[in-house]
Design a protein around this ligand. Structure first.
Ligand SMILES: Cc1ncc(COP(=O)(O)OP(=O)(O)O)c(N)n1
Ligand SMILES: Cc1nc(C(=O)O)sc1CCOP(=O)(O)O
Ligand SMILES: [Mg+2]
Length: 203
């Protein structure tokens, strides 16, 4: 899970379609796209996921579905991201043996428990407080991220408040990847914004 990952939020796309923003992010170098829909009914969720799957296939960019194993199965998505209250990782692994599975860690207990979980990366949740998602526990900060890096056997994807001002420090603190919502979805030019984040993350 190296690189910069787009996590979608259609409400932050400034009136542009999700497809337009996703394509721009991919052109800018996004390593994966996580479809995150918190208010969509199952049918339109599956339809949106199928559209994104078709759009991403020629780019060979994996599609990860937030929360919904059934939607991932329905469209043949490459991965699923689950939180501490979502479907257990072992169940996701049993039903989708080859999937990329991401798990959010909000507390040190989550990090310790995750050592035995069959996951492909941990979402460090959140690295910085963010208005995009407010139902989180305290932020890890760069020190927390570095502490998880020193302990965990899993690749780390930092999320929350990652933008052009913070992304280099996030990489420096040990994140393998960075997940971004508003700094791409709400950017005037999402392709340019994503390209800049990729460059800063690598530097
Ligand atoms: C990469 C990444 N990390 C963390 C999250 C948060 O997932 P979760 O805790 O399940 O919260 P919701 O996104 O479902 O509100 C994530 N989506 N992606
Ligand atoms: C989807 C999500 N999950 C988080 C977590 O802490 O688990 S923070 C977040 C939103 C991140 O948005 P932005 O890049 O605009 O700060
Ligand atoms: Mg969730």
């Amino acid at each position: 899970m190296n690189g910069v990952h787009l996590v979608t939020d259609r409400g932050l796309c400034r009136g542009r379609s999700l497809e337009e923003v996703v394509l721009a992010a991919v052109r800018g170098g996004a390593a994966s796209v996580q479809l995150r829909e918190k208010d969509l009914a199952t049918r339109p969720f599956v339809e949106e996921a199928a559209r994104l799957k078709a759009l991403l296939a020629p780019w060979k960019v994996p599609l990860i579905i937030n929360d919904r194993l059934d939607v991932a199965l329905a469209v043949g998505a490459e991965g699923v991201h689950v939180g501490q209250q979502d479907m257990p990782c072992a169940t996701v692994r049993r039903l989708l043996p080859g999937a990329i599975i991401g798990l959010s860690v909000e507390t040190w207990e989550d990090v310790v428990r995750a050592q035995d979980e069959p996951v492909d990366y941990l979402g460090v949740s959140p690295v910085f407080a963010t208005p995009t998602k407010t139902d989180t526990r305290g932020a890890w900060g760069l020190e927390g991220l570095a502490r998880i890096r020193a302990y965990s056997r899993h690749p780390l994807v930092a999320i929350g408040g990652v933008n052009r001002e913070t992304i280099a420090a996030v990489a420096q603190a040990g994140a393998h990847g960075a997940a971004v919502v508003s700094a791409i979805c709400s950017a005037e030019d999402p392709e340019k914004a994503c390209g800049e984040l990729v460059r800063l993350f690598r530097s």
